[in-house]
Design a protein around this ligand. Sequence first.
Ligand code: GTP
Ligand code: MG
Length: 218
Amino acid sequence: MSESYDYLFKFLVIGNAGAGKSCLLHQFIENKFKEDSSHTIGVEFGSKIINVGGKSVKLQIWDTAGQERFRSVTKSYYRGAAGALLVYDITSRDSFNVVSTWLRDARLLASPGVVILLIGNKKDLDVERQVTFIEASQFAQENELMFLETSAKTGESVEESFLKCSKTILAKIESGELDPDRTGSGIQYGSQPKTLNVNTSGDNRNKLFTPDCICNTY
Ligand code: GTP
Ligand code: MG
């Protein structure tokens, strides 16, 4: 049976190696903490349909490797992303210090209207915290980013982060600020019931984003 949804959004998960990007995606899709997570090689892929204010939205999520040696490969996936989760580890000052570099690349290479959510992950490790909530939220405000702290381990705010980013994208579509028909918007219309017999020629209905390669899939 083919799945039906109103929109398809291309999402990107970026940030330093070890910040917990793959664990966040695994928790979001499988509702489980991935205990034995190892470094991502290149790019991994996952998808999930969620309900956003009554609309069903399929998220097509590209989880990129944070290690420097994969940078040129992962950058090729930024193009046409509608949403990005920029993840740092609250117990690693280093991972927060380079957030501005990740941000610059995302703004440069993703869709022009890309909606970015800054995520401080590993909230469960509060005793080892090196980055305060206040300083990260100030950085987010100064750089026009949304901000949340999550735990891929306990699941706290994981679903909320994907939902928050999707809600903002949907609101921008509804206000006309984002146009799904624009090439490279990272947004596509979902499948339409056949009985409607809608003439879809000329727009991007029913097409899927086609990746250059898929290294791993959930
Ligand atoms: P790369 O793929 O190399 O870019 O790393 P990544 O950002 O995907 O990190 P990954 O999800 O593989 O997690 C790295 C390590 O952090 C693993 O040992 C995880 O078990 C651990 N980890 C991830 N998220 C959390 C969290 O929320 N809490 C705790 N305590 N550990 C976490
Ligand atoms: Mg990973």
